[in-house]
Write a protein that binds this ligand. Structure first.
Ligand code: ADP
Length: 242
């Protein structure tokens, strides 16, 4: 059902030099995410999930291997091209990463301002994105006045403001209760369908994978040990981790 390749990761490794010796956070990891797919990566704490996400947008440079996003080899881009490319790769986090001194509307305007969109246009568009995430009545609120789920909705509206092709969700629901988690996952799925945004979901929670992912990979101790459709992974796990 999904054909085109959106993200192709080939043999990436990442070694951190530490005082107590080197840490191999990723070992020869390869996988491919198709355009429009929701792809899950599950693993325990310390498995290398955050390192892997940072390698996808080259916030972290892999020690070996290549990452191709929408046909572009990330390692070959100039600094300017890389900045442009990162704009197409939205991220949401467990900690939301909102600007706390800035109201909701201006939080959503922020990426558009950076991109040089006129203030009046940015504000109009921001109101549209807030409508999509169901927060049109919170435009003037500050992040501290919002619940966790509402903060994540603002973060999602802000991501939409960059017209991303890819959305990376790094433990995006891990700070939320089960009910709120479900509503945020539903929003992510709606966005995936409506805007054809390819989604990568990084999590330690099986329930999250089960809820929205088409396919899923298991990361264990820096190695990608298993990959399958979600149904198969649950029905016939090949590894102990799964
Ligand atoms: P996860 O997100 O699955 O919890 P991480 O990617 O954060 O895993 O970490 C994987 C391994 O790499 C861990 O052993 C961690 O201690 C190590 N690590 C992560 N970031 C760094 C860093 N900047 N310097 C040294 N070691 C790191």
């Amino acid at each position: 059902m999904f054909m085109d390749s959106m993200i192709k990761v080939s043999g990436i490794s990442k070694t951190y030099a530490g005082k107590a010796g080197d840490v191999e956070a990723l070992k020869n990891v390869s996988f491919e995410v198709k355009r429009g797919e929701i792809y899950g990566i599950i693993g325990l704490s310390g498995a290398g999930k955050s390192t892997l996400v940072r390698c996808l947008n080259l916030l972290e440079k892999p020690s070996e291997g290549s990452v191709i996003v929408d046909g572009d080899e990330m390692g070959n881009l100039s600094d300017r091209q890389l900045r442009e490319k990162r704009r197409k790769i939205g991220m949401i986090f467990q900690s939301f990463n909102l600007l706390m001194q800035t109201d909701v509307l201006d939080n959503v305007c922020f990426p558009m301002e950076i991109a040089g969109v006129k203030k009046s246009e940015a504000r109009a568009r921001a109101r549209e994105y807030l409508k999509i995430v169901g927060l049109e009545n919170k435009a003037g609120s500050y992040p501290a006045e919002l619940s966790g789920g509402q903060k994540q909705r603002v973060a999602i509206a802000r991501v939409l403001a960059s017209n991303p092709e890819v959305l990376l969700c790094d433990e995006a629901t891990s700070a939320l209760d089960p009910e709120t988690t479900k509503s945020i996952l539903k929003l992510i799925r709606d966005i995936n369908r409506q805007y054809a945004i390819t989604v990568i979901v990084i999590t330690h929670e099986m329930a999250v994978i089960q809820e929205i992912c088409h396919r899923c990979a298991v990361l264990e101790d820096g190695c990608l040990v298993e990959e399958n459709t979600v149904e198969e992974l649950f029905r016939h796990p090949k590894t102990r981790a799964a």
